[in-house]
Design a protein around this ligand. Structure first.
Ligand code: NAD
Length: 458
């Protein structure tokens, strides 16, 4: 546990950054390699911590957290030498003789604030971008996943000097103390409400931010969808991590003509994925806290339960639950669910669905199930959302070629792969002028100067 206060930490990191050590490509690659090695070596510890905090199975721990992060580091190691190069861009004729460059520059001392739902991945994935771009970083993991937060700290302190990267543990008070410091960049993952707190604090220092927030992400199942696949992929996307996934389909809009067939396929898919008694399935994740368990149970109206609905408070485990005959007036539709409850709404006119979505806060993800290219074009063109899939759920998150992020209430900025490097870099534009000649037109004392300027700018 670090004993320095937030101010000392930032001062130490700023001095380290200003020494220039992090600018060297070999230094950054070496830091990433050491991080990769340590994570690979500590895989069992990370998995155990995720099990202790959230009851995550070894399969989920690896596929959604450890393996994801290792793949991101390997991708960055392969491409970083190209990303760091200054980019030559074109120069207009008016600037004859000059060259134009865009140089990616690290911001300096960055702050990464992580949530509890993927507590390893969401602390380390932004760090990869931060150090690849040549920054120092302070990580504030979530207090709601304390075992994982401790492993993150152990790994970070074994790989990096604390002047380069360090972990500060704590909850609201400690985070607010950090936010009072003049960081050069803040990368926050968490709720929309706390996103506002972070942005307000950042505004005091004019610190740029990336906000990775949440919201209600819809899945739309159109009448021509492959229902068996739609059901399986929605069930997997929803009930992975017991629905505690920022990009989980929050609810389903299904076309009336296929509602019953879809529900039958959904039931089969859930039983196939989690067994007939999911509460006894050791690979099924728990709800993070008592507060959230009771919040979720209150959404379950017995007359709406199509499947599931039972929970065990002592173990904080809640069955994959499907609710039917749900409307926008129901409590379950008033906030992000963030748990294993899937409300199903019915539509007849896709236009009305699109209008409803356009009038609500922009979601982090949208999943459209259709085989009709025209429907796909309409929805992708007209409905705003952070990112998503056609005929799948969650998978867009795991591609290093797709920048991941929200829009509006679901956030701002993006990361993963090259986008992480770009997020943590300022693009410094530089014009390098020739000294071999000096075009006279721009100077005010030139004869016919105005005529020449007008001709040139045309
Ligand atoms: P949260 O906003 O409560 O907490 C996130 C972080 O902020 C934690 O480290 C916490 O200690 C800190 N924090 C909490 N309250 C604070 C305050 N008042 N002032 C300063 N710091 C504070 O979020 P959570 O409950 O940990 O995570 C769930 C939320 O995160 C959901 O809304 C989910 O959609 C979102 N999320 C988004 C993404 C994404 O990539 N967009 C990923 C995961 C989770």
């Amino acid at each position: 546990m670090t004993v320095d206060g937030p101010h000392d930490i930032v001062e130490q990191q700023r001095a380290y950054f200003q020494s220039g050590q992090t600018l060297d490509l070999a230094f950054r690659l070496q830091a990433l390699r050491r991080l990769l090695e340590q994570i690979a070596a500590r895989e069992a510890d990370i998995s155990r911590a995720l099990h202790a905090d959230l009851h995550k199975s070894a399969f989920e721990a690896y596929s959604t957290e450890i393996g994801f992060v290792l793949a991101e580091i390997r991708f960055t190691l392969r491409h970083l030498h190209r990303w760091v190069r200054p980019e030559r861009v074109r120069t207009p004729l008016t600037h004859l003789g000059a060259k134009s460059l865009v140089i990616p520059q690290p911001y300096g001392v960055t702050l990464i604030i992580a949530p509890w739902n993927y507590p390893f991945q969401l602390a380390i994935a932004p760090l990869i971008g931060a150090i690849a771009a040549g920054n120092c970083a302070v990580i504030k993991p979530s207090e709601w996943a304390p075992r994982t937060a401790m492993v993150v700290q152990e790994i970070v302190s074994s790989v990096f000097p604390k002047e380069h990267v360090c972990v500060v543990q704590g909850a609201v008070e400690e985070t607010q103390a950090l936010l009072a410091e003049p960081f050069d960049y803040i990368f926050f993952t968490g709720s929309t409400a706390v996103g506002r707190v972070v942005m307000e604090a950042a505004a005091k220092h004019l610190t740029p931010v990336t906000l990775e927030l949440g919201g209600k992400s819809p899945a739309i199942v159109h009448r021509d969808a492959r229902l068996d696949l739609a059901a399986k992929r929605i069930a997997w996307g929803k009930f992975t991590n017991a629905g505690q996934t920022c990009i989980a389909p929050d609810y389903v809009y299904v076309h009336r003509a296929v509602r019953d067939a879809f529900l039958t396929s959904l039931q089969q898919a859930i039983v196939h994925l989690y067994g007939p008694r999911p509460l006894e399935n050791p690979a099924y994740t728990r709800i993070v806290s008592e507060h959230h368990f009771h919040r979720l149970m209150a959404f379950i109206q017995p007359h709406q339960v199509f499947l599931g609905g039972q929970g065990r408070p002592d173990e904080r485990v809640l069955e994959p639950t499907v609710l039917v005959d749900v409307t926008w007036e129901d409590p379950v539709m008033q906030e992000e669910i963030f748990g294993p409850i899937l409300p199903v709404l019915v539509y007849e006119d896709l236009g009305e669905v699109m209008e409803a979505l356009q009038s609500r806060p922009k979601p982090l993800a949208l999943y459209l199930f259709t085989q009709d290219a025209e429907i796909e074009r309409r929805v992708l063109e007209r409905v705003p959302f952070g990112g998503g899939c056609v005929n799948d759920t969650l998978y867009h998150f795991a591609s290093p070629h797709l920048p991941f992020g929200g829009v509006g209430h679901s956030g701002m900025g993006a990361y993963h792969g090259r986008a992480s490097f770009d997020t943590f870099s300022h693009r410094k534009s530089v014009l390098k002028q020739t000294v071999r000649f000096d075009l006279p037109f721009r100077y005010p004392n030139q004869k016919d100067g105005l005529k020449w300027v007008k001709r040139f700018l045309r």
